[in-house]
Design a protein around this ligand. Structure first.
Ligand code: URA
Length: 249
């Protein structure tokens, strides 16, 4: 899955990410540099329509075989929490069902709510550039969020909303069965790892797992857009991700 970039492609991608080689070399060792994370919202506009169809709850977290079409159907029709009242549509996730890598974000923003696909707004472009920087095409990974419906005004998901959605993400992870999960941002990392540690602490930890799958934590792309100075640390995370993928190829 990891595609080799030639040096000019690589320079172009790093430039798109806003990473210059000089700054990379000047970064302090990541193990000595715990950091904090900001809110992970992508944009501010409101959704336009609602979907109030009832959902059948057919997913059991210990089910041995996941029926992918049924899972998708249930997510699309879900009414398990209040977010169904304000969404345009639920955002199931996108990518190969048998992807080697999964990316898990927080929740759909306005653009994702409108288009029905995760990470298609500005944060999505940044995510694509991050993956591209280590030779990974968006189309080769499976991308999902902790919660499938957009919280109004992109507020943080509430505990009951995360709880209502958790079986869906677990079923997706068990079905895709990736070699590695990239958790972007505090909400995804804390949820997957069952932790209340800050993102700064989680991203420097090793041997993290969720549902038996190795997890690597990095900054949310929306946070990197707001805080470009952290891109150099994100680049360190991405290089480690590339090593983890290389190790299982
Ligand atoms: N932020 C997320 O966490 N997920 C998306 O799909 C878009 C923005």
């Amino acid at each position: 899955m990891v595609e080799r970039l030639n040096s000019s492609e690589r320079e172009a991608v790093l430039e798109a990410l806003g990473i210059d080689q000089w700054r990379l070399r000047s970064v302090a060792p990541i193990t000595n540099a715990p950091t904090t994370d900001g809110p992970d919202d992508a944009d501010e506009s409101d959704r336009a329509t609602t979907d109030t169809q009832p959902a059948e709850v057919l997913i059991e977290s210990d089910a041995p075989v996941i029926d992918w079409s049924l899972l998708r159907h249930n997510v699309k029709r879900c009414t398990k929490c209040r977010l169904h009242e304000t969404r345009t549509q639920a955002v199931f996730g996108v990518g190969a069902e048998s992807a080697q890598m999964m990316v898990v974000g927080e929740a759909p923003g306005a653009e994702e709510d409108r288009r029905g696909e995760p990470f298609v707004g500005r944060a999505g472009q940044m995510l694509d550039a991050m993956l591209k920087a280590i030779g990974i095409e968006r189309s080769t990974v499976f991308i999902a969020n902790v919660i499938k419906c957009r919280p109004p005004q992109n507020r943080d998901p509430r505990a009951d909303e995360v709880e209502a959605c958790t079986d869906y993400l677990e079923a997706q992870i068990r079905h895709v069965n990736p070699d590695v999960i990239l958790a972007v941002g505090r909400v995804a990392a804390q949820h997957l790892l069952g932790s209340t540690e800050t993102l700064g602490r989680l991203r420097v930890q090793r041997d993290l797992h969720a549902y038996g799958v190795p997890v690597l934590v990095t900054y949310h792309p929306a946070y990197l857009l707001r805080t470009p100075v952290q891109k150099a640390r994100a680049w360190e995370d991405l290089k480690r991700l590339r090593q983890m993928i290389g190790a299982v190829q």
